[in-house]
Design a protein around this ligand. Structure first.
Ligand code: PAP
Length: 338
């Protein structure tokens, strides 16, 4: 007796097979790793020591497989709410200063968010960035230890900020994107979540240390910056950025006050008054819901935590900061801490 004919199957392409394999690995992982509620009230998953939104965790898997860095790429990495928006504006306008006039600049029409992509929101198929001119700029909030290996030989600008100000900025931001079915996030809860390290991409301290230690090992590859120093000496930082990105200012540019023009263009005052930042909404990668640009420009000050945190909350956060950073050589600006 003849055997029954086998059913016709559609051959799986190599791309489909790779993607299905990643999805299977991801689905299996998500079932097995610890989870907790983050500041938005949604589940975060602990992947290799860091708490990530599940969609962002999947993107991390995809980047490891599909993202191909180029040796000239420059990445901006940061803990959320450290001033990424500001640094995006500064890096973009410094690197591309020959392309735009300050009075009719790209930033004035499109805002900082659209200057270069945040890789963390990419989904499959990952955008092909090969048409970007070199040096390509990208942003990410992933800690150093979760980066695809191909990225780690590239240049990084890392930006961090005093943790109590990060917490207050996160608390405000996340409250805007919390499900309406949940009660508002109290500051007590926010402090507790932050201190346990359960905020997006947390723990804050391990994130900062991942880049701090690498910056000590590879000072030519990682420019480690603090929000507070950008705030206090923006012109010094812009000069550092230009040199680091391989485009130092010429004497003629200094004479023509190009550095001051960049600082003014990217100041909180200028950016927060642009129509695109008052009314605009930015969509990241293939995210369906956008984020209102005004939420990236709330107050822009050092030490705003003093308006919110009790002495007990302050001491709890300072205690953890002291303990975790002890011996690392990394300290946060005393005027932001006191
Ligand atoms: P993200 O992590 O979502 O990208 P990010 O841009 O890193 O946010 O941080 C936003 C913070 O940077 C806000 O801080 P605040 O809540 O304490 O006000 C925002 O105001 C601040 N910020 C953005 N642009 C500037 C700027 N040009 N000058 C100073 N601070 C700025």
């Amino acid at each position: 007796m003849s055997s029954s004919p086998s059913l016709p199957t559609t051959p799986e392409s190599k791309e489909d097979a790779d993607y299905n394999k990643i999805s299977d690995e991801y689905n299996h992982l998500i079932e097995t790793i610890p989870k907790t509620n983050g500041l938005r009230g949604e589940l975060l998953y602990n992947y290799n020591g860091f708490w990530l939104d599940p969609m962002i965790l999947k993107t991390n898997f995809l980047l490891h497989t599909y993202f191909k860095s180029q040796p000239t790429d420059i990445f901006l990495a940061s803990v959320m709410k450290s001033g990424t928006t500001w640094l995006k504006a500064l890096m973009f306008s410094t690197l591309n200063r020959h392309l735009y006039s300050f009075s009719d600049h790209y930033l004035r029409h499109h805002g900082p968010q659209s200057t270069f992509p945040l890789l963390d929101f990419e989904s499959y198929p990952i955008t092909d960035f090969t048409h970007f001119p070199a040096p390509r700029l990208f942003a990410t909030h992933f800690p150093r230890t979760l980066l695809p290996p191909c990225m780690t030989s590239c240049k990084f600008v890392y930006l961090c900020r005093e943790p109590k100000d990060v917490l207050i900025s996160c608390w405000h931001f996340m409250s805007n994107y919390r499900s309406k079915d949940l009660p508002p996030l109290s500051l007590d809860e926010a402090v507790d979540i932050f201190c346990k390290g359960h905020s997006d991409y947390g723990p804050f301290w391990e994130h900062v240390l991942s880049y701090w230690r690498a910056s000590l090992e590879y000072p030519d590859k990682i420019l480690f910056l603090k929000y507070e120093e950008v705030k206090k000496e923006p012109e010094v930082v812009v000069r550092k950025l230009a040199t680091f990105m391989g485009k130092p200012f010429t004497a003629e540019e200094v004479e023509k006050r190009v550095v001051e023009n960049i600082v003014n263009l990217c100041s909180f005052q200028t950016l927060s008054n642009l129509e695109v930042n008052k009314e605009g909404v930015e969509k990241f990668g293939r995210l369906e819901v956008g984020v209102e640009n005004r939420h990236y420009l709330r107050k822009g000050e050092i030490g705003d935590w003093k308006n919110y945190l009790s002495e007990e909350m302050k001491q709890r956060i300072d205690g953890i900061t002291h303990e975790r950073l002890k011996g690392s050589g990394l300290i946060f600006d005393a005027s932001a801490i006191a």
